[in-house]
Design a protein. Sequence first.
Length: 136
Amino acid sequence: MRKNKVSQPMPDCPIDACMWLLGGAWTPAVLWNLSGGPRRFGELRADIPGVSAKVLSGRLKDMEDKGVVLRTVMATSPPSVEYSLSPLGQQLLPAIHQIARVGHQLKLQAADKTVVADIAPCALTADGNINRARSP
């Protein structure tokens, strides 16, 4: 456990630098769910089952601090907030999509190479592209 409260310096290794951005529970799920466009907190919460409000709030704040997520306060009454991917967050999407493809292949292998019915919200189309089911 780190006693020093000073943040750790950016690592020199390019892989470590990316993993520093992606580190933390739920980060890939947040990236995945924001890949379809801006989302409000409640929408993200509904789209990521199992994440608590406290953890999601902390993860979004961390991702905003790292420059991966943009937080936009909407001029509504009452005020609302939308989260979207920054240009840096957009750059991470090909890696996230590739991870989803590998995960899909692993699920197929685990199911003895039969089609797995429970792969939503991320599924592959026949041509190998990602097909995201998204709640309205």
